[in-house]
Ligand binder design. Structure first.
Ligand SMILES: Nc1ncnc2c1ncn2[C@@H]1O[C@H](COP(=O)(O)OP(=O)(O)O)[C@@H](O)[C@H]1O
Ligand SMILES: O=P(O)(O)OC[C@H]1O[C@](O)(COP(=O)(O)O)[C@@H](O)[C@@H]1O
Length: 337
């Protein structure tokens, strides 16, 4: 009987538990045992193993975070760490490892694949959605829902007090959460790293000033990706306050975007990918990510998921740009311009 192992690695993402459930149930259905290692790659090297049984999987899909725990473990870049992990996996008689994580975790999976004879399969789990070869990643849509809800709440108080807010969302160096949250939150402005050219302070300030002069009693929200503005949204709010003469408030949303119960879409995606990961192992695959493209499960060589950039959907970028302009135009009576 074949034994497979599973880890969750890097930033946790809502839906990882539902994925673990699907892996465990599918593996047992095919007569395989499953061992989890806690804290990602560190847990393999330190042999923090935890047998996973179908019975343990009741009531886990609903929970955010990861029951297997995670970590950032840069030591895994060393060859000695990959070899140590290979020894632990062999000692347990494990034939395949499923890595649920983001691009860093997939670099780790690729690294391990070069120092271990077992099969290595990646499942995309990151709120950032910054992996090429899959339309979406586990946790992304839940994080967008959470950001949208936070923006809605800020909108209510901002509207009541006619205030300007710059709201910072996660994404590391990618603008997927920013773009989707900006559209869903009907933001008046959006700053995400992929925009070319990047809007300058004077342009953002000018838009705020014009909107404020046309509609002084309205709120104004700019969604900003993290790691974009030097000094973050606090600094941006200060600079905008100075440039516009209107107090601009900073609201970094932070880790609330990563926690919380996975939405239905993420649960379904997680279970679909988890089941497909086990089927891929049975079919002998290794060094691949299981992703989803246009509703279909796909297998992609794992190195292509982090070596290539994943562009934003230009149609959505144009949608937000267009709506921002129309929204502003309607405020100043420029619809026919
Ligand atoms: N170049 C690499 N080589 C080997 N392992 C890596 C590499 N990059 C990241 N890892 C491993 O993957 C883990 C998760 O990566 P990280 O970038 O923190 O999160 P994510 O997988 O969410 O992008 C790291 O803590 C490390 O153990
Ligand atoms: O929780 P940490 O370690 O501060 O990391 C924050 C980063 O993790 C994320 O939430 C998720 O990123 P990863 O999936 O790449 O780990 C990023 O959006 C954010 O920049």
């Amino acid at each position: 009987m074949k034994k497979i192992a599973v880890i969750t690695s890097g930033g946790d993402a809502p839906g990882m538990n539902a994925c673990i459930r699907a892996i465990v149930l599918t593996a047992y259905q095919h007569g395989m045992e499953v061992i989890g290692f806690r804290h990602g790659f560190r847990g393999i090297v330190e042999d923090l193993n935890q047998p996973l049984h179908p019975n343990d999987m009741r009531l886990v899909s609903q929970r955010g975070g990861t029951i297997l725990l995670s970590s950032r473990y840069p030591e895994f870049k060393q060859v000695s760490a990959a070899k140590a992990a290979a020894q632990v996996l062999d000692a347990h008689g494990i034939g395949a490892l499923v890595v649920i994580g983001g691009d860093g975790s997939f670099r780790g999976a690729h690294h391990l694949n070069q120092h271990w004879y077992g099969q290595v399969i990646g499942v995309p789990g990151t709120i950032d959605n910054d992996l090429a070869g899959t339309d979406t990643t586990i946790g992304f849509t839940t994080a967008v829902d959470t950001a949208m809800e936070a923006i809605d709440r800020i909108r209510e108080t901002a509207e009541a007090m006619a205030r300007v807010f710059v709201i910072e969302v996660m994404g590391r160096h990618a603008g997927f959460i920013g773009l989707h949250a900006a559209i869903a939150g009907s933001a008046e402005g959006m700053l995400v790293p992929e925009l070319e050219p990047q809007p300058k302070l004077a342009e953002i300030a000018d838009n705020i000033k014009r909107a404020r002069s046309a509609f002084p009693d309205s709120s104004y929200i700019v969604v900003v990706s993290e790691n974009l503005w030097p000094g973050g949204v606090s600094q941006l709010a200060k600079e905008l306050t100075q440039a516009t003469g209107t107090t601009c408030h900073a609201a970094p949303l932070g880790h609330i975007q990563r926690g919380g119960r996975p939405n239905a879409q993420d649960r379904i995606l997680s279970m679909q990918l988890g089941q497909a990961a086990v089927h891929a192992i049975i079919d002998g695959a290794s060094g691949h990510m299981i992703g989803v493209e246009q509703g279909h499960v796909v297998e992609v060589p794992i190195h292509l998921t982090f070596e290539r950039d994943k562009p934003l959907d230009l149609r959505l970028v144009n949608l937000q740009r267009g709506l921002q302009q129309l929204n502003f135009a309607s405020k100043v009576g420029e619809e026919s311009a």
